[in-house]
Design a protein around this ligand. Structure first.
Ligand code: AMP
Length: 291
């Protein structure tokens, strides 16, 4: 396994691999690798000749006052986990390597970036789209893997790839959860043990929403039930709970039979902002109104 820190070297290596006819699978990450990242790597390794991951805590996707500085950076641990997953190359650039003097180009994916997390994190998806575009130009993957854990990010990236005619294929990977249901995240390490308990309310609220939606409950009833579950926790503060169209991320007003929706939420547990979501399909052949 190689660790490459220079953009020019990574590009040369990628060119050579492509010339040799190797397919490149790519998993971009911010490091602090966990089972969620590893599941993406396993799939990418299976589906491609070469697996490249990137580890880069991208400053431009953090807002002022967010956790850029304290974000975990356990590189040696990440290196050994990557090695166990048979990663061929870790692309591990410095901030100055990625953003030279007077860096000034950004990608704005309109509409999708303004919804859900975009409201409380203005500029976040601009930072994400821009860095992912740069990484694609550097690593030159045939296929890139993203987790549904960051569902909005996935939609933004797919839209960017479509709109800019990028030649990379995007694969969506299911959310990996702890045995008790908590979605695995590098930020879970910020939680104290009582907060860790409270964090489970996100999953409980989503599971409850799923059963209500399947049976035909209204959007407003589902959301108030979810709020009720979250608000029981002493240190929980809801950023948003929304039921949206999985493609446009626009709020849905009604959930007709057979319709698929995304239930998404962001909740502060103490000083830690957690996100989670679930794709839910309402059963067919039922009416909301009992006649
Ligand atoms: P991050 O390091 O948080 O930027 O995440 C890198 C990639 O791993 C993104 O595509 C995430 O969506 C994905 N990811 C993070 N956590 C999980 C999880 N629990 N399950 C599946 N994918 C995940």
């Amino acid at each position: 396994m190689k660790v490459i820190r220079k953009v020019s070297v990574m590009q040369k290596v990628a060119d050579k691999l492509r010339e040799e006819g190797k397919s490149i699978g790519f998993v971009p990450t911010m490091g602090a690798l966990h089972q969620g990242h590893l599941s993406l790597m396993e799939r990418a390794r299976k589906e491609n000749d070469i697996l490249i991951i990137s580890i880069f805590v991208n400053p431009t996707q953090f807002g002022p006052g967010e956790d850029y500085r304290r974000y975990p950076r356990p590189f040696e641990k990440d290196r050994s986990l990557a090695k166990k997953k048979s990663v061929h190359i870790i692309f591990y650039p410095s901030v100055s390597e990625m953003y030279g003097k007077e860096y000034s180009t950004h990608i704005e994916v309109e509409k999708l970036s303004k919804r859900l997390c975009g409201l409380s994190r203005p500029g976040h998806f601009r930072g994400v789209a821009s860095v992912v575009c740069k990484l694609f130009n550097i690593v030159k993957p045939h296929v890139a893997y993203f987790g549904q854990k960051d569902y909005q990010q996935l939609r933004v990236i797919k839209k960017m790839v479509e709109d800019l005619n990028m030649e990379v294929k995007i694969r969506e990977c299911a959310i990996v959860r702890e045995p008790d249901g908590l979605a695995i995240s590098s930020r879970n390490s910020y939680l104290s043990s009582p907060e860790r308990e409270e964090a489970l309310s996100l999953y409980r609220a989503l599971e409850h929403a799923k059963s209500l939606i399947k049976e035909g409950s209204s959007v407003s009833d589902v959301i108030s039930e979810m709020e009720r579950i979250i608000k029981r926790e002493a240190h929980a503060k809801i950023d948003y709970i929304e039921i949206v169209d999985p493609f446009t991320l626009e709020e849905v007003k009604t959930i007709g039979p057979g319709k698929k929706v995304l239930v998404a939420l962001a909740v502060w547990i103490g000083n830690t902002r957690l996100i989670d979501n679930m794709l839910v399909k309402r059963k067919r052949g039922q009416s909301h109104f009992l006649l």
